[in-house]
Structure formats: structure tokens, C-alpha cells
Design a protein around this ligand. Structure first.
Ligand SMILES: C[S@@+](CC[C@H](N)C(=O)[O-])C[C@H]1O[C@@H](n2cnc3c(N)ncnc32)[C@H](O)[C@@H]1O
Length: 227
């Protein structure tokens, strides 16, 4: 079952990311509210689930070094074409773990890409992010809200609490505040707010979140390259 979901997600996103020109990429200013954290980051920033590169574009415009990552080969091909100045663009599936050494990043961005997984996979991917973050490092993210009715909240077959299988066999999770606090419970929550994003045709309700890896954070998963 999980293999079908994985393949359908890959094929869906690879189809979406067929060909993008840099000029067509829309950004919104959500990262602006974390400008102090982003400004003070001196190393590369991982943009997980980068898609067409909305956040990559914003970060590059601020002079940041970016490592853009996605499961979609087409997305990564577009990133390499549209952002020749990028440090690296890596194609991998987060379900296989994050192919980076422990404590490689001061800052990780995960914009609208951590809400496609069942509970156990979500927990393992978040653990992986904890592993690749330096102590005191930040993860800045946005995830679907349970109130995101314009984008499928509550629709499809409920596989687990707040997790739905859609007709095309992809999976979507919708978070409430308790879910966010539970999944990121090993981190210090620096910022957590439910809000509306207007970058899409229809308003999107989501959680904007920033968490910090605690100094004493214990990583349960060794860097074996797979989870
Ligand atoms: C809604 S788009 C977000 C793109 C971009 N971050 C943004 O906010 O515009 C979700 C992205 O996450 C990627 N993604 C979903 N599941 C993934 C996985 N298991 N591993 C790696 N990337 C994944 C998709 O390929 C897609 O590009």
C-alpha cells in the first residue's frame, strides 16, 4: 500500500513540475517574518520539497547558499536550469531518509512538503530533520491546516487521524495545533500560527511554524543513510 502512495505522489508531482521558467515562479513573503534567523545563518540552507523553487528564489535573492531538494526529477532539472547560481540541487525521496551528515545545517526550510505522510513516516522524517540540524538550529515550515477546506481538508478516505487518501491514490495530512505540537514535541516551538496564504488561486489555510533543535536533543536514528 505504501509503495502505491509513494509512486502516485512521485508521478503526481513530477507531472506538475514538467517545465518552469524562473520568471513564472511566484513567491510570497512568509519567510520575511523569520528574517533574523535567516540573516544570521552563515551556512547552506536546505530547502526540502523545493518544488519549482519559490523559497529557493527568495533565499537566493537574500544572498543565501541553498541546497534545493525534491523527489521529482523534473523539479530538480528545472531548479538546475533556472538557478545556475545554486550551490546544489538534490533529488531524493524523504521517505528514504535525508542524505546529509548529522548536524550539517543551521537552517532547514520545509514549505508545504511535510503533510503527505502517515504518522510513522512523518515522525521518521521529522527525526531525520532533527538529525541533520545543528544543536540550536532552526526548522521553518508550513503545513496544511484541518481548516484548509479549499484544498481538500476532510475529503477522501481517512486512513489515520487527519490523514486522507485521495482519488489519485496520493495522501494528504491536515494538521491541527495539537498535531503540530505533538509531531514537533522534541523541538522548542519558537513560532506557531494558523493563517491564510494567498499564493494559490484559492485561499489556503495553513500553519506557519518555526522550531529550534534543543541543545540536549537526542537523535534516535543513526546516520545510516536510510530510515
Ligand atoms: C506543495 S509542493 C511545495 C513546493 C514548495 N516548497 C513551495 O512551497 O512552493 C510539495 C513538494 O514536496 C515534494 N515532496 C512530496 N513528497 C516528497 C517526498 N516524499 N520526498 C521529497 N519531496 C517530496 C513534491 O515533489 C513537491 O514538489
Amino acid at each position: 500500500m505504501k509503495d502505491i502512495h509513494r509512486k502516485c505522489s512521485h508521478d503526481y508531482w513530477d507531472g506538475i513540475h514538467v517545465n518552469y521558467e524562473r520568471a513564472a515562479i511566484l513567491t510570497d513573503d512568509w519567510l520575511e517574518s523569520f528574517a533574523d534567523i535567516i540573516d544570521s545563518c552563515s551556512g547552506p540552507i536546505a530547502d526540502l520539497g523545493c518544488g519549482s523553487g519559490n523559497d529557493t528564489l527568495w533565499l537566493l535573492s537574500k544572498g543565501k547558499e541553498v541546497i534545493a531538494c525534491d523527489q521529482s526529477e523534473n523539479a530538480i532539472r528545472n531548479i538546475r536550469k533556472n538557478f545556475p547560481e545554486i550551490r546544489e540541487a538534490k533529488c531524493f525521496n524523504m521517505l528514504d531518509g535525508l542524505p546529509f551528515a548529522d548536524a550539517s545545517f543551521e537552517l532547514v526550510i520545509a514549505d508545504l512538503c511535510l503533510h503527505y505522510f502517515r504518522d510513522d513516516d512523518t515522525r521518521r522524517i521529522i527525526k531525520e530533520i532533527g538529525r541533520i540540524l545543528q544543536p540550536g538550529g532552526h526548522l521553518i515550515l508550513r503545513v496544511n491546516s484541518v481548516n484548509d477546506v479549499n484544498h481538500g481538508a476532510g475529503q477522501g478516505i481517512e486512513l489515520e487521524h487527519h490523514v486522507y487518501e485521495l482519488e489519485d491514490r496520493t495522501i494528504k495530512r491536515f494538521f491541527d495545533e495539537e498535531d503540530v505540537r505533538r509531531f514537533f514535541g522534541d523541538f522548542e516551538i519558537v513560532f506557531l500560527k494558523e493563517e491564510i496564504m494567498t499564493r494559490y488561486k484559492l485561499e489556503k489555510q495553513l500553519f506557519r511554524v518555526c522550531v529550534r533543535k534543543k541543545e540536549g536533543y537526542r537523535c534516535a536514528i543513526a546516520n545510516t543513510g536510510a530510515i
